[in-house]
Design a protein around this ligand. Structure first.
Ligand code: NDP
Length: 323
């Protein structure tokens, strides 16, 4: 029996599915784990903007074992991870016990990480890794100055904090929940915890330059102020909109300080970038710490957990046990 969380015109429900519902694709996977990202929370609570084809199984990530494959890269028994690539947008996603997919953008579970850890990291971890790789490839070095991480208690922010600290960067972690999670952020390696309110409000186009790099998952005024505080030739990566889709900025930091604003798209990142990101995660993640920041839910609990994530009642990562 296949079970899955289906988003349809009439709502979102966990139900039984037949093989035909799984759709097209030359690789069949028994899904063992998935995870809950911000986009998943929107999808399973019926918010618009993520799922674009109805009805569809939600879940932007899946980790599982190949059952059948027409793709020469994969054999029955292989553990694979698929992040994004249309899952839960136009293709059935990971919140089902079985998936049929085009696995050209899938990667194998990397050496050094268990399938469970890979799912606990999920798109949030992989996006954090893409962001860190971009900052490094733009030439930012730990000796250039601190790196600011916004939305730091969230999935992207927590993993970015950990990866940057492991790579030797001085990490300043910004959060709207300093009282509850200041210690947590320091345990991940942040050297300073910055209240989100310091980055809110309309700031001047150029402010005191202090950050060599920024990993932003919040957008809006927080991103605009972070850009205005970036050091000459620094790099700001923007991946998220947890606060706002707006960018109330000016060109001044770009033309007077040579700041780079780099967009991060995890959904359609090429295979080489995915493999690099997962290699970085395998090297830079302390799995015991990942375990401490991960809470676990079953497929039956995903819809309620999605609402909790939107209500600010979750932090770190949420692993979903499927199989
Ligand atoms: P989480 O919900 O785990 O974390 C988001 C964090 O943002 C929260 O923990 C909170 O951090 C902060 N936040 C929440 N609401 C607000 C608000 N109203 N104003 C300012 N800050 C807020 O989400 P993820 O880490 O999974 O994702 C973060 C963002 O990145 C999302 O917008 C997501 O869609 C996007 N994303 C984009 C990807 C891409 O490919 N471009 C891939 C993955 C994620 P705190 O309390 O510490 O301030």
């Amino acid at each position: 029996m296949i079970r899955g969380i289906v988003v349809s015109e009439t709502g979102v429900e966990l139900k039984e599915l037949d093989e035909a519902f799984l759709g097209d694709g030359d690789v069949v996977v028994d899904v063992v784990y998935s995870d809950l990202n911000y986009k998943d929370a929107l999808a399973v609570t019926g918010k618009p903007g993520v799922v674009r084809t109805l009805p569809l199984v939600a879940g932007i990530d899946l980790v599982g074992r190949v059952v059948e494959s027409g793709d020469p890269r994969w054999q029955a028994g292989d553990w694979i991870v698929q992040n994004g690539a249309g899952l839960s947008e136009t293709k059935n996603g990971g919140f089902a016990t079985r998936a049929r997919l085009d696995a050209k953008l899938a990667v194998g579970v990397p050496d050094g990480l268990s399938p469970e850890s890979v799912a606990a990291l999920g798109t949030a971890g992989y996006t954090a890794a893409l962001s860190v790789l971009r900052i490094v490839s733009e030439g930012v070095l730990p000796s250039d100055g601190p790196v600011l991480v916004t939305g730091a208690t969230g999935g992207v922010g927590s993993i970015a904090t950990m990866l940057l600290a492991t790579a030797g960067f001085d990490v300043h972690a910004s959060t709207g929940r300093v009282d509850r999670f200041g210690d947590y952020l320091q345990s991940l390696g942040a050297t300073e915890v910055v209240p989100r309110s310091d980055l809110e409000g309309r700031g001047k186009p150029l402010q005191k330059a202090q950050y060599a790099g920024v990993v932003d998952s919040v957008g809006g005024e927080v991103l605009a102020n972070a850009i205005a505080r970036t050091l000459p030739n620094g790099t700001v990566t923007a991946c998220g909109l947890a606060g706002s889709i707006a960018l109330p900025s000016t060109v001044m930091p770009f033309i007077l300080r040579g700041v780079t604003l780099a967009g991060i798209d995890s959904v359609w990142a090429p295979l080489e970038d995915r493999a690099d990101a997962w290699r970085l995660l395998a090297k830079g993640i302390d799995v015991d710490q990942l375990d401490l920041m991960t809470s676990r839910v079953t497929l039956d609990e995903v819809i309620a957990a999605g609402q909790q994530l939107l209500d600010g009642e979750r932090h770190g990562r949420t692993l979903v046990t499927i199989g």
